[in-house]
Design a protein around this ligand. Structure first.
Ligand code: ADP
Length: 312
């Protein structure tokens, strides 16, 4: 269990601007040892900038960062020796084989070729890439490349891992495999910080999460606590025809009688309720309307906190 004592990452009142735009506006959070912490937020929220500041790859305007016991940026290099990073874009070297990529990366950490070779079989086994040591990078699938990037991030046996959208672009099978490996890393006692756009990913993996928007943290807690705190327990998604028009007419005129909150997005009215029975009874008498009744989830929290408008 996380002990919280010697937190591997402490961020206090972090601020960062690019030109005149303040993109991180006073962010504070703490990640306990052995914890998986997820940073969520729409595009442009400031997640990647926050990660880059934590790693000392971007200079902060102000604030305090301690990573694995080292002050950042002053001792960022020493801190990074204890950290593994899985970047958003795979940046494996296409001119090298799988094993050579591990070797080159190990050098950054001052590891000898013999040390990396000794670690390679276990890293490839972890990544499900046994027998691929001599394979060229171009021959790997997207999922294999991601797993190799994860294995590469482990070459220095880091206590802390930063993963920027680790499963973006992967098919469901490949995502499940990455999730399984990330859970194993937490079971080994490592600490994880990840960003993701997938709420199911955050809900499955994260012990705690923070939602960021416009450079600030606007919600923080365990997935379950966030759901309990921010949204009603159940959701009824209503769609179809009502009195010759779309569902928005029904939402405007009738949903308020049954739902604490109803939001129309596209062709669907999302009705948030603590007791769905009166609404379901009403819908039973509306043959043009169809519905999906489900428990509230993290996506509902995310949309409530950050809104439904598109971000580019
Ligand atoms: P997120 O990871 O949440 O999508 P980012 O941290 O990448 O958000 O970006 C936050 C804001 O900072 C965006 O408006 C983005 O355009 C801007 N930004 C990020 N990196 C730079 C940079 N190197 N130069 C100028 N603006 C940047």
């Amino acid at each position: 269990m996380p002990d919280g004592g010697d937190a591997p990452l402490v961020v206090a009142d972090l601020k960062k601007r690019y030109g005149r735009q303040e993109v991180v506006r006073g962010v504070s959070f703490r990640i306990a040892r052995g914890e998986c912490f997820a940073l969520l937020g729409p595009n442009g929220a400031g997640k990647t900038t926050t990660l880059r500041c934590c790693l000392g790859l971007a200079g902060a305007a102000s604030g305090h960062i301690s990573l694995c016991g080292f002050e950042v940026p002053a001792a960022a290099r020493a801190a990074r020796m204890r950290v593994g990073v899985v970047p958003q874009m795979d940046n494996l070297d296409p001119d090298f084989t799988v094993a050579e990529n591990l070797l080159v990366f190990g050098r950054y950490f001052g590891l000898s070729a013999a040390e990396v070779r000794a670690r390679t079989p276990a890293l490839l086994e972890f990544a499900g890439l046994e027998g691929k040591a001599a394979a060229p990078i171009q021959s790997l699938s997207g999922g294999m490349k991601r797993r190799l990037t994860l294995a590469r991030a482990l070459v220095n046996d880091p206590e802390f891992l930063v993963l920027d959208e680790p499963t973006t672009g992967l098919d469901p099978q490949a995502r499940h495999l990455i999730w399984d490996r990330l859970k194993r890393l937490v079971q080994q006692g490592r600490t994880l910080l990840l960003t993701t756009h997938f709420m199911d990913e955050a809900e499955r993996l994260a012990d705690r999460l923070a939602v960021m928007d416009h450079g600030r943290i606007i919600g923080e807690g365990s997935p379950r606590a966030m759901i309990a705190q921010h949204v009603e327990a159940q959701v009824v998604e209503v769609y179809g025809e009502w009195n010759g028009s779309g569902v928005s007419a029904w939402a405007e005129q009738r949903a308020g009688a049954f739902a604490a909150r109803a939001e129309v997005s596209g062709e669907t009215a999302f009705c948030y309720v603590n007791d769905a029975r009166p609404l379901l009874a009403h819908l039973a008498g509306e043959p043009g309307l169809r519905y999906l009744h489900r428990p509230a989830n993290l996506e509902d929290v995310f949309l409530k906190l950050t809104g439904r408008e598109l971000r580019d």
